[in-house]
Design a protein around this ligand. Structure first.
Ligand code: SF4
Ligand code: SF4
Length: 357
C-alpha cells in the first residue's frame, strides 16, 4: 500500500529543508557500524520521502527506520537545523498505523499495553520497595522509577527511593510505563500517559524525580501538559549540602545518556555530583558530542547485535586509569555492562549510596 506524505504526521516543510549535505553521515553511529546509506540520517530521510511518493514498503524500510537510536548526534551536526529523530519517529508512527511493523515492535506494544511495562511482566512493580507503609497519600516529590529500574535493577530503585524519601518523596502506588518505548517505536502511548497523570494528580506532587533518561525526556517533552520533571542527578546535586557525602578513593568517568544530555542539555549537574564524591576524568567524546551507548530508540530490543556493537565502540572512549563508568540511565547501564568485561559500569545513584554508607 502506498501512502502520501500529506497524510503522514510529518512536517513536510521540515523534511524539505534537508539539503542532502551528508554531514549527518559523518556522525551517525549506526552508519559507522553498518556502512550502508539507508543506515544514516540522510538515507532515512530519503526513504521517508520515497515512501510518501508511493514506493512499496518492505522489511528493508523497517530496518532502516528502526535502527535509528534517536541519539540526536545528527541534530547537532545538521546545518539545516532539522531534527531527524523526530522525523524518523513520525515515519515509524505512520508505518505502525498502517500495520507495518516488526514482530518485536508488535510484541513490545502487546507487553506494554497488556501489563503496563516493557517486559510484559505480571509481577509486582513495587517489589523493590521494602516497606509499603512508607507510601504517602500526598507528597511534594514523586520518585518515578520506570520499567527497567523497577524490574531489572530493584536494588538501585530501592537505594534511590531511600535517598529521596529523606527529602519527603513518595512513589506512585500504581506507576506504569512512562510510554517512552511506545512513542519511540511509533505507537500511541496515551492510555499510559493518562493513567500516570491521574496517579500524579492524586498525590498532588509538584516535582517528579526520575533516574531514567528515557522516562525523563518522555515525561518532560511528550506528556500533553507540562509537569515539573527533574533527573535524579540534578536533584541530588541540588541537595549536596544536606547529604553529608564522604569522599571515595575512586577515579571514574561519566557516560552522558543521549536523552538526558544532548536532548535535554543536562551536562553539568551529574558531573558536579560525581566530583563531590570522587575523582573524575572525561570520556573522549562527551556532552553534546558523546557517543551513543546504542540502546535507545528500540534498537536494543529490535537489533541487539547492532546495539551491542555500538556499546562496544563507546567503550573505546574510556580514559586511561579509571575504575568505573558512571551513567544516569538504566538502559545505558545495561547496554554498556553487557559488553564491558573489565570495567565496572555503575548507576550514579549507586555511587551516591556508596558515599553515604
Ligand atoms: S545533515 Fe541535515 S541537511 Fe545534511 S543530509 Fe543530514 S539531515 Fe539533511
Ligand atoms: S538520531 Fe543518531 S542513530 Fe538516528 S539518524 Fe541521527 S545520528 Fe543516526
Amino acid at each position: 500500500m502506498a501512502f502520501k506524505l500529506e497524510y503522514m504526521n510529518l512536517d513536510l516543510k521540515t523534511i524539505r529543508k534537508c539539503i542532502r549535505c551528508g554531514n549527518c553521515r559523518a556522525v551517525c553511529p549506526v552508519f559507522e557500524e553498518e556502512g550502508w546509506e539507508s543506515a544514516n540520517t540522510r538515507g532515512r530521510i530519503m526513504i521517508i520521502k520515497s515512501l510518501a511518493n508511493g514506493y512499496n514498503r518492505s522489511t528493508e524500510v523497517l530496518k532502516s527506520l528502526n535502527t535509528c537510536t534517536t541519539c540526536g548526534l545528527c541534530i547537532e551536526n545538521c546545518p539545516a537545523g532539522i531534527n531527524p529523530p523526530n522525523i524518523v519517529e513520525a515515519a515509524r508512527r505512520e508505518l505502525a498505523s498502517l500495520g507495518i511493523m516488526t514482530e518485536i515492535q508488535a510484541e513490545l506494544h502487546r507487553n506494554i499495553l497488556g501489563a503496563g511495562n516493557t517486559f510484559g511482566d505480571r509481577l509486582d512493580r513495587l517489589a523493590w520497595l521494602r516497606d509499603r507503609r512508607v507510601l504517602k497519600k500526598k507528597a511534594d516529590y514523586i520518585y518515578f522509577a520506570g520499567c527497567l529500574a523497577s524490574f531489572r535493577y530493584p536494588e538501585t530503585s530501592s537505594k534511590a527511593f531511600e535517598i529521596l524519601s529523606r527529602f519527603g518523596a513518595t512513589v506512585l502506588r500504581n506507576e506504569q510505563c512512562c510510554g517512552s518505548p511506545l512513542i519511540r517505536t511509533g505507537f500511541d502511548a496515551s492510555p499510559l500517559i493518562e493513567h500516570n497523570l491521574r496517579e500524579i494528580d492524586r498525590i498532588g506532587a509538584s516535582v517528579i524525580v526520575t533516574g531514567c533518561a528515557g522516562c525523563y525526556t518522555t515525561l518532560k517533552n511528550d506528556y500533553p501538559r507540562q509537569i515539573d520533571v527533574i533527573s535524579i542527578s540534578e536533584f541530588l546535586a541540588d541537595h549536596l549540602q544536606e547529604m553529608e557525602l564522604r569522599r571515595l578513593n575512586l577515579q571514574v568517568t561519566y557516560h552522558d545518556p543521549c536523552h538526558l544530555g544532548r536532548m535535554n542539555k543536562i551536562y553539568e549537574k551529574p558531573r558536579q555530583l560525581i566530583e563531590a564524591i570522587c575523582s573524575f576524568k572525561e570520556m573522549e567524546t562527551n556532552r553534546k558530542d558523546a557517543r551513543c551507548c546504542g540502546g535507545g530508540g528500540g534498537v536494543r530490543a529490535g537489533y541487539k547485535d547492532l546495539s551491542l556493537r555500538l556499546a562496544t565502540r563507546r567503550l573505546d572512549d574510556i580514559p586511561q586509569g579509571v575504575d568505573c563508568i558512571i551513567t544516569s540511565c538504566p538502559l545505558c547501564l545495561r547496554n554498556l555492562s553487557d559488553v564491558s568485561n573489565d570495567k565496572k559500569v555503575m548507576d550514579i545513584v549507586e555511587l551516591v549510596a556508596l558515599s553515604i554508607e
